[in-house]
Design a protein. Sequence first.
Length: 181
Amino acid sequence: MKPLILALVVLAGVFLAFRVAAADKAPRAPESGDPAPDFILPDAAGTPVALQSFRGRWVVLYFYPKDDTPGCTEEACQFRDDWAQLQALGVQVLGVSVDDSASHAAFAKKHGLPFPLLADVGGTVAKAYGAYADWVVFKFAKRYTFLISPDGRIARTYLKVDTSKHSTEVIADLKQLTGRN
């Protein structure tokens, strides 16, 4: 029994060391003032969506781990429920995860989401935003949000998100940034 426990402890140590080394190599999340990394990703219907096509508008780019899980559903539905306020501010919301377009289509339909969900299956865009997590067998987008200004720069970053009030927080920041209190 003791050799088995020792082997498990050694394996856990090796895994932890690997994770720490991988975290050091991970790209950092862009910060306020940085240019937003450009991308083209397919939406739920498979239609390519380019970030650049939203220049001149505010963009809420939010990354989330998995379609139809409790926290991700709560966050998406908060944006849905606040859709009228977001539209009044002229904002485009884009949700991104590593799920495929078919999964996004089912998730959006089930919850009546009025904004595009983008499929970043390989995690390329999540990596560019420092929002990619690779836990060997589990790969997912971290719950990060970026508020992108009309000129294509990061205006705000949200690296710790409370799904129950995130949309409200983003709207308050947008009102402050646009002077529409």
